[in-house]
Design a protein around this ligand. Structure first.
Ligand code: NCD
Length: 311
């Protein structure tokens, strides 16, 4: 694999720390891994001498499976730790777990936690490469990388794309990482949703704010819908899921009215809330491509942070 770019990161804690060139480099490495995944035997020994622990303090289906499969496709030894966020006293048990990790020879840690800054804390505490798989409403860098990879695959490039991100902006780590990454790569971003689901100072995010879904669908190349993060919000931020769907859900009729936009969603999709079922399953949706590409992007990130034994 080409080594013409100096990739100097030890961790992937958030896209805030990565330059446009770093992001492009990860995406270009992911192209190679996608090609490997399409081989009859999609396995390589790149991480054969590495031990990786997946620490999931918050629920996850896709992200955890995707990381684990990426690690196994690359021959790593994998240990999984999951805990439901409600049943542990988080601060204490995280410290305990980290002490244990320190005592074993662990090379890389993938961590998801409901508290913003957890991945940074683990990076300061443990001598291993840390990948943030989501820290509260802060960042989810591999999700944004796979989203940008999928846009680039569909449209050829991210620069100049018009992207609207719809829904629970205030509580979403996916939107935060995407805004950072998409702006660095030169996309135009609008965030759209009810006023009550916008962060306190949306202007600071450097994007345009809209409350008019149909105007956004007419304007955009990509409409990325987000799940309402019930677990991260208090009561009463919108009247009901039904009303939310009425105003901000993408419906089958929108596909006819606005023939150009492509649909994305990080999952899990609440059918009938952010997307009508027919929209999620339509030919305009690239949601399952996002899942496939997630594997390639995570393989690329693991490869680059493992110290890069050549493939
Ligand atoms: C997202 C997450 O966990 O932040 N999902 C994911 O990683 N695939 C979005 C969500 O939970 O709504």
């Amino acid at each position: 694999m080409s080594t013409d770019y100096e990739f100097n990161h030890r961790h992937l804690l958030g896209l805030a720390d990565y330059s446009a060139q770093d992001i492009q480099y990860v995406l270009s490495q992911a192209d190679r891994f996608l090609e490997i995944l399409n081989r009859p035997v999609p396995k390589i020994p790149t991480l054969r001498d590495k031990t990786i622990v997946n620490l999931f303090y918050e629920n996850s289906t896709r992200t955890r499976l995707s990381f684990e499969l990426a690690q196994k496709r690359m021959g790593a030894d994998v240990v999984n730790f999951s805990s439901s966020s409600s049943s542990v006293s988080k601060g204490e048990s995280l410290k305990d777990t980290i002490r244990n990790i320190e005592s074993m020879k662990i090379d890389m840690v993938v961590v998801r936690h409901s508290s913003p800054g957890t991945a940074h804390f683990v990076a300061r505490t443990v001598n291993a490469a840390i990948l943030n798989a989501g820290d509260g409403a802060h960042e989810h860098p591999t999700q944004a990388l796979l989203d940008m990879f999928t846009m680039r695959q569909k449209f050829g490039k991210v620069a100049g794309l018009k992207v609207v991100i719809i829904g629970d902006i205030a509580h979403s780590r996916v939107v935060r990482s995407n805004i950072i990454g998409l702006r660095k790569l030169g996309a135009e971003v609008i965030i759209c949703g009810p006023k009550t689901l916008m962060p306190p100072s949306p202007d600071e995010l450097g994007v345009t704010v809209s409350h008019d879904l149909e105007a956004c669908l007419e304007w955009c190349d990509v409409a990325m819908a987000l799940r309402i993060q019930m677990e991260r919000q208090g009561q009463g931020l919108f009247p009901s899921l039904r009303e939310y769907h009425e105003r901000f859900g993408i419906k089958k009729r929108h596909l006819k009215e606005f023939p150009n936009f492509t649909i994305m969603h990080p999952g899990p999709v609440n059918r009938g809330v952010e997307l009508e079922s027919e929209v999620a399953d339509s030919e305009r949706s690239i949601i399952l491509n996002q899942v496939t590409n997630g594997l390639a992007v995570r393989m690329a990130a693991l490869y680059l942070l493992s110290g890069g034994q050549r493939i």
